[in-house]
Design a binder for this molecule. Structure first.
Ligand code: ZN
Ligand code: ZN
Length: 359
């Protein structure tokens, strides 16, 4: 069994004792990838203190046999949740845990109708383990980030007037795959001009023109792990003094937050460091979203860096720091970096320059 598989099983079993549950059941690909190494989309994991079972249907048996170690791999037919319920009774499990954020109501009902066991919600049972990364996981996230940054560096030189947002987003996603990634870690955001005020706008047929803000938020999935990065530029000429002003405020807010990242800080306090800089500059109402989020097997995972997050940062967590200011009708600026929390601060996992650049 791979060492990390054994470590993760041991950590999960300790968590089950703490939660007073005698098993864990999981149907969600991210948790199942973390526990077993399997990267397919349909599987079930059932872990007790003495057993570890992995169920999949015939489409995935060959893949599971090469990826999954340390688990008893079983090929099943029909409904995977129903088979999972049957295994609970076969093993005599009484109180299995599941994560309510990672099991649908339909899946829960299918398992519960099959078994006598009493399924018990334990929020974050596996995802809280996932939040603290191993050096190997951090290295994979760094590689995903490097690949995406390489695409950014090459595509910036190709921007021409008339290119549409959708064309540019498509180029990112094509290049991710061409360079070895599984694909984008989320739908690429490329927004020009006033549309950059939409924090998560969808690229459309808007053509690039002189004096546009260019907001690019993108990432790829490589070797099972995601990256996430945002940069904002000006095309041909600065859109106006307002743009330079908000760019400097966002950059200052981001620098202040990056400096404050360390183990032991509450996520809501870190969020406040950036939020205060933006509010003092008079743009408090224009920064609506949280400061950042964890990145790993999923592009958005724990911890959440928001106004209400009481989670405390720990060494090994990987998070984004992404303040923004969005002025409707004019445009927006967001600057997002990916960092790993170290023993006394943080280590950047990306290196794309951040000084205001006119393309
Ligand atoms: Zn992003
Ligand atoms: Zn992000």
């Amino acid at each position: 069994m791979a060492r990390h598989t054994a470590d993760r099983l041991a950590a999960l079993r300790a968590k089950l004792l703490e939660a007073e549950c005698d098993a864990f059941v999981g149907l969600a690909p991210p948790d199942n990838q973390y526990l077993t190494g399997f990267t397919g989309t349909t599987s079930a994991v059932l872990v007790t203190q003495d057993t570890a079972e992995f169920l999949c249907d015939s489409r995935y048996t060959e893949q599971a046999e090469s990826q999954v170690s340390g688990y008893d791999v079983q090929e099943v037919s029909g409904s995977v949740p129903v088979r999972l319920g049957e295994r609970l009774d076969a093993l005599g499990v009484g109180k299995p845990s599941f994560d309510p954020a990672y099991l649908s109501v339909a899946q829960l009902e299918a398992i519960q109708e099959t078994t006598k066991a009493s399924l018990t919600p334990v929020p974050g049972v596996v995802s809280l383990l996932r939040a603290v990364k191993s050096p190997d996981e951090i290295a994979r996230i760094r590689e995903a980030s490097r690949l995406a940054e390489g695409v950014l560096a090459d595509l910036l030189g190709t921007l021409t007037a008339g290119l549409t947002e959708r064309e540019l987003a498509a180029s990112f996603e094509y290049e991710f795959k061409r360079r070895g990634a599984r694909g984008a870690s989320f739908d690429t955001i490329a927004l020009f001009g006033a549309r950059s005020s939409l924090p998560h706008g969808e690229p459309d047929g808007t053509p690039l023109s002189s004096g546009d803000a260019v907001l690019l938020d993108f990432g790829c999935r490589l070797d099972g792990y995601c990256s996430d990065l945002t940069r904002t530029y000006a095309y041909d000429t600065i859109p106006g003094a307002w743009f330079e002003t908000i760019y400097e405020v966002v950059l200052e807010a981001q620098r202040a937050a990056l400096k404050a990242v360390r183990p032991g800080i509450e996520c809501r306090k870190l969020d406040a460091v950036a939020r205060d800089v933006i509010a003092e500059a008079g743009y408090g109402e224009r920064f609506g979203h949280g400061l950042g989020h964890g990145v790993g097997i999923e592009v958005h995972e724990g911890p959440r860096l928001g106004k209400e997050s009481e989670t405390v940062l720990e060494e090994g967590m990987v998070v984004t720091i992404e303040p923004g200011i969005y002025v409707p009708g004019q445009g927006g600026v967001r600057i997002e970096d990916l960092v790993a929390v170290t023993s006394d601060g943080c280590e950047p996992l990306c290196g794309a320059p951040k000084t205001l650049k006119v393309l």
